[in-house]
Design a protein around this ligand. Structure first.
Ligand code: ADP
Ligand code: ZN
Length: 748
């Protein structure tokens, strides 16, 4: 059977997405693979399809129990024999599963990395036929990544113990060059096929809202009230924030649950299930929630606080819209978030990390936080900022993010700023923002009279400004450190370091914006937009049916069929098996299990509403909205002769330095980002370097020719990798590389 047939038969999809086929092809030709693809791009398919086609068992190493359970349920629903082995099972359940595994009952087995060392598991591994080891969330292996897990380091020992080396494939959604190199080296991937797909998620709308204090609550409440049917996650940076917000939402009768590491396992599990099974609408959580949450219909992810890094942000926000439907990612930013994060980073623990690396990691953390702040303070396209951060070149603004929908202007509020300081001095730092701002605009409030604000010099002095303008100013001043806002329930404003403000040329510039287009409603259409009211009725009926079946089978509803599949049913009204199988997401096994019930429901509806029009095509229902539609394919990387002049040569560079430099000087639009692998390929083809096998390992080294030109080797030692060597390239070789990449290159 061909890979596409397997895809259709088990998963119900007609075609592979960008990147999937390359990975699968490589695995099937027994070559290791490393795939870096954003959340929702479809990484699972990349190992599940070949797992079904390889003769033996595929072991999937995955860090989280909830992820394994979900994946296994999904696979079982698709008619695939799969199991998981982790600490949620009893010893006797584990040995039963392992003895079935030895008999070759399962094609796919999910396992936690800690388990690899246990003797029961090892016994199975030595005697079973393991064709492939897949490492999911592979960035966990690197201490440069944001979720380093020491247990991942054991994977390679495990692989090396096996009687026959299996194919090794690794998957991750976030990887910088360092993390990628770590994955490749620590896992000892053997000349892996590396596929990095574009990071853009076109169906996600990004925005940053500058709101602080209690107004964040109002924002969240208001948003949820405006989106009553939609499932969403609100991320808070601390348990305390999460608890407080949860309580407020509960009081407002929002269907809400919470999740954080301070709760007991059972409660956490129950709340998570309530969310996944669509029994509650909103989840308020810390970043403990979500890794491995495959729920496909999350329509919004709101960050109540700024996260610690873009990596974290993109991963958490990326839990929205896995089904490809338009969804929103909103970050609520206030100056105080920066303080909270600095505090959290100070408290960070370093388990299993070399002492000499801790300082470096701390520096890295600070840089990451800085980049995250940059995102929050940006006034141009947010999507381009994200993509740029992950190393993708972009050109035009996306026209589908908060900033692209806004017009920013800068206002000089230096005089206002000085008055604000005066006002805080007059109130002796005893009051919070409402009193200070109320005083400055001269509000007529009982509370202000009570404290005698009317007698202050600053009372009403800024009456020509609006309250919201002064809030922006206040945020700006907190950010610049002129004002300090204390923590706690009764947070007050105090004067910070104002020495810079006393300089003659001091300026406080505030960015104001106006909405240009419809904003938070998002301008993009959803595929439910094509349904008429009759179509919606049927959609509702099919959802009810799905809910009932899900309950009966104890699986989350989206595992039965996704919303997208149900909408396709409404739009196409299939009448028989063949028509149903033609829809995206309907595989043979699922059809056999549930198809009849859905056909029946559709037929019943059509009988009751013989002339109903269920859908009007407002847009092309594109199965794969991630594919760039109009942008066209990106060409191979090259630089212009003008760019080449900007290359800063040095006596020696690592290949990654050369790569970074070339990417940063490139002014050519619409070309792929350059990677070290492309440079490496060039060096090999130019006869300067080579890959040689030594004691079963592939070693990268210079050729005689390369040695003559001055390519040298430096020895490195790391606790994880042991001793290894890196090549360094002299100026002469740097020049050859720059020359090679100057001017367009042909794809071959
Ligand atoms: P990732 O692990 O990369 O975050 P998943 O593997 O969970 O993503 O896939 C996201 C969604 O995309 C799933 O609902 C999956 O069924 C769907 N999907 C994957 N591959 C395809 C494909 N080729 N065609 C259509 N849908 C796909
Ligand atoms: Zn944009």
């Amino acid at each position: 059977m061909k890979a596409t047939d397997t895809l259709k038969k088990y998963f119900g999809y007609d075609a592979f997405r960008n990147g999937q086929e390359e990975i699968i092809h490589s695995i099937l030709s027994e070559r290791d693979a490393l795939a870096v693809m954003p959340t929702g791009a479809g990484k699972s398919i990349c190992y599940q399809v070949p797992a079904l086609m390889l003769s033996g068992i595929t072991l999937v190493i995955s860090p989280l129990i909830s992820l394994m359970q979900d994946q296994v349920k999904s696979l079982n629903e698709a008619g695939i024999h799969a199991a998981f082995i982790n600490s949620s099972l009893t010893e006797s359940q584990i040995s039963k599963a392992l003895s079935l595994a030895l008999k070759g009952i399962y094609k796919i087995i999910y396992v936690a990395p800690e388990r690899l060392e246990s003797s029961g598991f090892m016994n199975f591994a030595l005697n079973g036929q393991i064709s492939m080891v897949t490492v999911d969330e592979a960035h966990c292996i690197s201490q440069w990544g944001q979720d380093f897990r020491p247990s991942y380091l054991k994977i390679v020992d495990f692989i090396e113990c096996l009687p026959k080396r299996p194919i090794v494939s690794a998957f991750t959604a976030t990887a910088t060059e360092e993390v990628k190199t770590d994955i490749e080296c620590i896992l000892k991937l053997n000349q892996p096929k590396i596929v990095v797909t574009g990071f853009d998620r076109e169906n996600l709308y990004y925005s940053v809202e500058h709101v602080s204090g209690k107004r964040k609550d109002d924002f969240v409440i208001n948003y949820i009230e405006k989106h009553p049917q939609e499932s969403g996650i609100v991320y808070c940076s601390t348990r305390k924030n999460a608890d407080a917000l949860y309580e407020k939402l509960r009081q407002r009768k929002v269907s809400v649950a919470s999740y954080h590491a301070g709760m007991d396992n059972e409660t956490r599990k129950r709340n998570q299930d309530d969310f996944i099974y669509d029994r509650i609408q909103v989840m308020v959580a810390t970043n403990a929630f979500g890794m491995g949450i495959d729920k496909s219909n999350v329509r919004f992810v709101i960050h109540y606080n700024m996260p610690q890094s873009m990596e974290n942000y993109y991963q958490e926000a990326g839990r929205a819209g896995r089904d490809g439907e338009n969804s929103q990612c909103i970050l609520l930013f206030s100056a105080q978030d920066i303080m909270i994060n600095k505090f959290l980073l100070e408290k960070k623990e370093f388990d299993g990390v070399d002492i000499q690396d801790i300082e470096l990691i701390k520096q890295r953390d600070a840089q990451r936080l800085h980049a995250m702040e940059g995102y929050c303070k940006m006034t141009s396209c947010l999507r381009n900022y994200i993509l740029g951060y992950f190393g993708e070149r972009t050109s035009l603004p996306c026209e589908n993010c908060g900033n692209c929908h806004r017009e920013y202007s800068e206002v000089d509020m230096t005089t206002d700023a000085k008055w604000m300081i005066n006002c805080i001095a007059e109130t002796k730092g005893r009051y919070g923002q409402n009193i200070v701002i109320g005083t400055l605009i001269g509000a007529n409030r009982a509370r202000l009279r009570e404290i005698g604000a009317e007698s202050y010099k600053s009372y009403g002095i800024l009456q020509n400004r609006s309250e919201s303008e002064l809030r922006l100013l206040l945020d700006q001043m907190i950010m610049e450190g002129y004002i300090v806002q204390t923590n706690g329930e009764y947070s007050v404003l105090k004067i910070g370091d104002i020495s810079a403000l006393k300089e003659a040329d001091a300026r406080v510039i505030v960015r104001k914006f106006e909405e240009r287009k419809e904003t938070l409603s998002g301008s993009k259409k959803r595929s439910t937009d094509s349904l008429t009211s009759a179509g919606f009725d049927l959609f509702g009926k099919l959802r009810e049916l799905r809910f009932a079946i899900a309950k009966e089978n104890a699986v989350p509803p989206y595992i039965i069929f996704s919303d997208k599949t149900l909408i396709a049913m409404c739009a196409n009204m299939p009448k028989n098996r063949q028509e149903m199988l033609a829809l995206p997401g309907v595989g043979e096994h699922k059809f056999d299990k549930y198809g009849a019930k859905f056909l029946e429901e559709i037929a019943k509806f059509l009988k009751e509403h013989p002339n109903a029009v269920l859908s009007v095509q407002t847009q092309e229902m594109d199965e794969d909205s991630r594919k760039p539609k109009s942008k066209g394919k990106k060409g191979l990387f090259y630089i212009n002769p003008e760019d080449a002049k900007n290359f800063a040569y040095a006596s020696y560079y690592y290949i990654s330095d050369i790569n970074d430099k070339l990417n940063s000087i490139c002014s050519v639009e619409n070309v792929k980002k350059l990677t070290i692998y492309v440079i490496w390929d060039y060096l090999v083809s130019a006869g300067l370097t080579q890959e040689q096998e030594q004691e079963g390992k592939i070693v990268k080294q210079q050729t005689q020719e390369g040695l003559k030109l001055g390519i040298k080797t430096v020895d490195k030692v790391s606790q994880n990798r042991g001793a290894y060597q890196l090549l360094m390239y002299p100026e002469q070789v740097q020049k050859m590389i720059v020359e090679y990449f100057t001017g367009p290159r042909e794809e071959h």
